[in-house]
Design a protein around this ligand. Structure first.
Ligand SMILES: N[C@@H](CCC(=O)N[C@@H](CS)C(=O)NCC(=O)O)C(=O)O
Length: 223
């Protein structure tokens, strides 16, 4: 019985799957794949990519030619949030959404919100600060994206005045993407107003055993 994960450790979407697999205690083969990053960092800075995503074999699995892709004993799935939800439904729905329709949909809502609202500004900040060569950087885009991120994280801060975790009072799959974004947000050290609930949430999620797979700052603010 083999689970294969195709992706790269510096990709936040791949990290969602790494975190889900760690929460579930599942072993897997990690197959490095990327068109934009490799062992020496970004292709934009002359690094060599891990590759694979442009092969016919990969295209047959994932026609979007993006990462991550999961192969669970022949069942192929792409789209990171769908993969996280699938892993929870298959291996431990109690852990991932308490076998509860309300917690499940609350978690899904936050997963969709993260996809719609947090990914673009955070991607821009990481690109502009680290991944593209200094001469090609756009300082205005970086600052605008940092402000957008602070506004979005105020929404998380407000939610955390009501619930201990993002979707309710217990941990759920909704905390997977939010944990990664929260970790990146603190590592980026963006100027922000006081966010006491986010601060304590961050401390709480860092204590989870699974957090060790995404803890390394080089997975977030490098390349
Ligand atoms: N909606 C897709 C987006 C996938 C995506 O854009 N992945 C990025 C990495 S986070 C990617 O493939 N980047 C290009 C590469 O590394 O080759 C998902 O959530 O899985």
């Amino acid at each position: 019985m083999t689970i294969k994960l195709y992706g790269r450790p510096t990709s936040a979407r791949t990290q969602k799957v790494m975190l889900a697999l760690a929460e579930l205690g599942l072993e897997y083969d990690y197959i490095l794949a990327s068109a934009t990053m490799g062992p020496d960092g970004s292709v934009a800075k002359g690094g060599k990519p891990f590759g694979l995503v442009h092969t016919q074999k990969y295209y047959d699995m994932n026609p979007t030619r993006t990462i991550p892709t999961l192969d669970d004993n022949g069942y192929i799935l792409w789209e990171s949030n769908a993969i996280v939800q699938y892993l929870g439904m298959k291996y431990d729905s109690g852990l991932f959404f308490g076998d509860d329709i309300y917690l499940c949909n609350s978690a899904l809502r936050w997963m969709m919100w993260e996809n719609n609202k947090l990914i673009t500004p955070m991607h821009n900040v990481v690109e502009q600060r680290f991944r593209i060569p200094a001469h090609a950087r756009d300082k205005e885009l970086q600052i605008r994206s940092e402000k957008m991120l602070v506004d979005e994280f105020m929404i998380v801060e407000k939610q955390l005045t009501k619930t201990r975790y993002i979707a309710g009072n217990s941990w759920s799959m909704g905390d997977i993407p939010i944990s990664i974004r929260c970790h990146r947000f603190y590592l980026l050290d963006i100027p922000k107003p006081k966010m006491p609930n986010l601060d304590s949430y961050y401390e709480r999620i860092k204590k989870r055993v699974s957090f060790s797979v995404i803890a390394d700052k080089n997975l977030h603010i490098g390349g």
